[in-house]
Write a protein that binds this ligand. Sequence first.
Ligand SMILES: Cc1cc2nc3c(=O)[nH]c(=O)nc-3n(C[C@H](O)[C@H](O)[C@H](O)COP(=O)(O)OP(=O)(O)OC[C@H]3O[C@@H](n4cnc5c(N)ncnc54)[C@H](O)[C@@H]3O)c2cc1C
Length: 488
Amino acid sequence: MTQKTIAIIGAGIGGLAAGVTAQQLGMNAHIFEMHTLPGGMCTAWTRQGYTFDGSIHHLAGCHPESPLYRMWEDLGAMPRKVLFPEDLTQVESSDGKVFTVYTDLLRLEEHMMSLFPEDQRGIAPYLRALRAMQRHDLLALSAAGLTGLFSVLPAVPRIARWGRVTMKQYAEGFRDPFLRRAFPIIQYDWPDIPVLLHLNLLSQCSVQNYGFPEGGSLAFSRSIAKRFTDLGGTIHYGTTVKKILTKGRRVAGIRLADGEDVPADAVVSNASAHTTLFELLGETWVDPKTKAKHAVPVDTMTMGIHVSLGVDRDLSEEPHALMWLLDEPVQLADQTVERIPIELYGFDSTLAPAGKGVIKVLLNTSYAYWTDLATDTSRYREAKEQLVEKLVRTLEPRFPGLSSQVEAGDVATPLTTERFTGNGPTYTSESGKLETMSMMFSTPKRLPSLDDFFYIGQSAGGGGIPGCASMGRNAVKKLAKEAVGNRQ
Ligand SMILES: Cc1cc2nc3c(=O)[nH]c(=O)nc-3n(C[C@H](O)[C@H](O)[C@H](O)COP(=O)(O)OP(=O)(O)OC[C@H]3O[C@@H](n4cnc5c(N)ncnc54)[C@H](O)[C@@H]3O)c2cc1C
């Protein structure tokens, strides 16, 4: 029997997971990655001894009993040391009010009941729901398969109502003005998400199933890349794919930027869905339904700017995340903000020199704002420098002395992300509909008229790191199954 050769475009989490699975199933897998590192968005970069993380806030599947943990073990990413900060976040106002969202639910209950005694009627059902959700990780449903789905069914009547109300809407029922302001933003400053998603995150943090892998995102990605190469797979770094080659209705391989054609029996693309469909394949392959799904470019980039600061300051006693409510709105880049979401990496001592720490702020932004600035390199550079300066000044009242403690400052804009990962603006369907079922089950995507081909990853509908990894695995398992079917 001849060994099936599979070409994988991109060493993001999806591509790496596809590669490991292909090697485990006896295929000959080659990953072609335009960057010099594995991980794609799941990455980090270093400046003057500080590691600035680009992705993981919470990794799902850190508990050995989680079905996702078994996937991470298989991919070579577990076991590893995982850190479980005591808080999900802390909301602070300049007049000294502090609400800490503890991950220990008993501690959270005592804290909330004593801070907001008038709001017991809203807090009690919230805490009951958190406890009910401890047994059900919604992100693990795909990995748990049908058994997972059946196990969650009895809980559906109790949890379904939380899927119909947003964080902002639930907060409107609270009496305390500080809690009304704070509650909508305790999950990554996303007031419009259903409370159910927040319950899932916090309840899974409370049972130490969601955590932060020590060393951060790049170390995590590197461990999957290592499993892939240990299994005999090859990663071709610094190698951009320009075209997916076809013969009849099958893929035949890929063409590299230097013009070399690489034959393959199957191709899995982890490049962005837009690049894959409209650049690597060309519109003739893309059916109208798929085209419509990727029709509308979205200019707003959620968490599009990363401002990272390496500071000569001990952050080990700080909360791991902080929402700093401002007295007056400030202008940061193209946004006027009333609060600053801050990440304080004092909980992972490997990311900074001893006694020092990393502070990061993620801001929403407009893609067009940066493409316009980039037409003039010095204006673009100046805008980044001014952003660091203004942010440090804004944070100074919360962190007295900060201005003189900054040893490294870095701004990654949407254009930085695009340059290093190929992920520009996202594209959505004309209706703006999310494909929830396909996301829940990490279904890899294919085109009706093209065989031996899948596209995977976040822009193809993968939900976070576990969703993208599952998608990569599922794509390769399907290809292997089809190959066996074709031989029979
Ligand atoms: C700020 C931030 C925080 C996040 N926090 C979390 C979190 O807490 N938990 C979580 O689960 N997820 C989180 N995510 C999401 C997670 O990082 C992504 O969903 C995931 O890493 C995307 O993986 P992917 O498989 O789509 O591949 P990508 O990361 O998109 O990688 C694609 C790869 O393909 C390569 N490539 C592209 N085009 C070509 C080409 N033509 N030729 C060769 N190579 C090519 C790129 O260089 C890249 O390496 C976060 C993301 C961000 C930005």
